[in-house]
Design a binder for this molecule. Structure first.
Ligand code: HEC
Length: 246
């Protein structure tokens, strides 16, 4: 029931992203659903790095394959790890009860996340992890304080370090305030490569949140062309009718 309410809320309130505004301004994802190659890479990376914990349960594999022009054999070989049925929903391998046991909270379904929180939030979240020894997984997140998700992309990005500044409160005592992050231990990717990687996954999740968006945009052009052609005929017809009147 809750899921259904969230689904309806996400459809009615695409601007729900405002919630995500934390103390840190979001980074711009420049998300697009029209770059098919980026979407294909994003789909592959999602299946490899995220689908172990997160589902996209409102989407089916064959829908993704059709929309992103992925041939069926390739879909089966590279993207389907938990089922053999292309018509199956994209459900994570991890049973929700196990997830709660491991993480304290169940990893949310991500089908609508980019619509709910905005693509910039997803992008920023994936770039916002930093080392924090006080946390269970040794990381925290600028945009989601005390996050329960382990930083599964640490091998790629490396682990950033927090930057603090000391502020003096009204009572005269100083405390440390988190102001951002800086590069820490390096990962296997350069910052530019990591940005591209996160951009691809964000685009893919932007697509999953609104699979019709790509179609709608091409449909828009079709409608404009139709109206143009229709206008020409209407105009000729009008001329024909009025010919005898004048
Ligand atoms: C090992 C399990 C695991 C993997 C793998 C994983 N996540 Fe998560 N993720 C979680 C958990 C647990 C949460 C809930 C965090 C919380 O509520 O603090 C979460 C939350 C999130 C959120 C929501 C954050 C919010 O504001 O509530 C996003 C977005 C997300 N994950 C994206 C991803 C992406 C993209 C990947 C793949 C690159 C990924 N996750 C891989 C466990 C995982």
């Amino acid at each position: 029931m809750l899921k259904r309410i969230l689904l309806i809320a996400a459809i009615l309130v695409p601007g729900a992203a405002a919630w995500a505004q934390e103390a840190y301004p979001l980074q711009h994802a420049d998300a697009t659903v029209n770059d098919v190659q980026s979407l294909q890479r994003g789909a592959r990376d999602f299946m490899n790095y995220c689908s172990g914990c997160h589902s996209l349960q409102y989407l089916r594999y064959n829908r993704v394959a059709k929309d992103l022009h992925i041939p069926l054999p390739e879909l089966k070989k590279n993207l389907m790890f938990t089922t053999k049925k292309p018509s199956a929903r994209i459900v994570s391998a991890m049973p929700p009860a196990d997830a709660v046991k491991w993480f304290g909270v169940a990893p949310p379904d991500l089908t609508l996340m980019a619509r709910f929180m905005g693509p910039d939030y997803v992008y920023s979240f994936l770039k916002g992890f930093y080392a924090d020894k006080s946390r269970l997984w040794g990381v925290n997140n600028l945009y989601k304080p005390n996050v329960a998700m382990p930083f599964v992309l640490a091998g790629l990005q490396g682990v950033q370090k927090p930057v603090y500044k000391s502020v003096t409160g009204s009572g005269g005592h100083t405390s440390m305030q988190l102001t951002g992050v800086e590069p820490g231990t390096p990962g296997s990717m350069t910052p530019a490569q990591y940005d591209q990687f996160v951009h691809d996954i964000t685009n893919f999740l932007y697509y999953t949140a609104e699979p019709f968006k790509a179609q709608r945009e091409s449909m828009g052009i079709f409608v404009m062309l139709f109206l143009l052609v229709f206008f020409v005929f209407a105009y000729l017809l009008k001329k024909e009718y009025w010919k005898d009147v004048h």
